[in-house]
Design a protein around this ligand. Structure first.
Ligand code: TYD
Length: 206
């Protein structure tokens, strides 16, 4: 029986997930809570190797289904090796991206279909669902602008304007799709976004 808490962060490129995750981790640790942090794709030796294959710009011939299955493989290993044991142990797991990223990037962005990607990921995660997903929203142009300040872009980030527009619209279409998804307006000061996130988590920890 799961005893811990699975918190995931999702959002379009440039929505500020990384900053908010690091603030939340500091907050939870300052409360004396044990927090495990992982990123996707990656988080185990095997999953990091799969990450390198997925994001390598040289792998331009990769089929969309191969990409979707590699994300799911990386996730399956992470769930098996890190997430499930930590949750069974009563720990809080904070994740940068999870299944909803595949729904949006592969299901909608790559046009593979949401149902197909859901079923692949049901198998990969053995049906594990987040307790809460913070969905950070920003206007499309704002996200692009923030992301364009980055130096080196990986294979997914180099996916082209149409792909990024579909990914963005995909995220918008998920906003009310599950009760574990909490939408957070990320087009505000970092501290205000953090406060909202902390308030929601405090409610859950009560
Ligand atoms: P990463 O460097 O972690 O991106 P970011 O800092 O933007 O979160 O690279 C992950 C890339 O992989 C990112 O462009 C989103 C994409 N992705 C998918 O396409 N499907 C998935 O299931 C996941 C987890 C990520």
């Amino acid at each position: 029986m799961k005893k811990g808490l699975l918190i995931t962060f999702e959002g379009p490129d440039g929505s500020g997930k990384t900053t908010q995750i690091s603030l939340l981790r500091q907050y939870l640790s300052s409360k004396g809570l044990e927090v495990i942090y992982t990123r996707e794709p990656g988080g185990t030796n095997i999953s990091e190797k799969i990450r390198d294959i997925i994001l390598d710009n040289k792998n331009s011939e990769m089929s969309d289904m191969c990409e979707a299955l590699l994300y799911a493989s990386s996730r399956a290993q992470l769930v098996h090796e890190v997430i499930k044991p930590a949750l069974l142990d009563g720990k809080i797991v904070v994740m940068d991206r999870f299944v909803e990223s595949s729904i949006v990037y592969q299901g909608i962005g790559r046009n593979l279909g949401v149902d197909k990607i859901r079923s692949i990921n049901e198998a990969a995660t053995e049906g594990l669902k987040p307790d809460i997903t913070f969905m950070l929203t920003i206007p499309f142009e704002e996200g692009l602008e923030r992301k364009s300040k980055q130096k080196v872009l990986d294979r997914l980030e180099n996916g082209g304007d149409d792909f990024h527009r579909r990914v963005y619209d995909g995220y918008m279409s998920l906003l009310d799709s599950a009760d574990f998804i909490k939408v957070v307006d990320a087009n505000r000061a970092v501290e205000n976004i953090h406060k909202d996130i902390v308030n929601i988590i405090e409610e859950m920890l009560k």
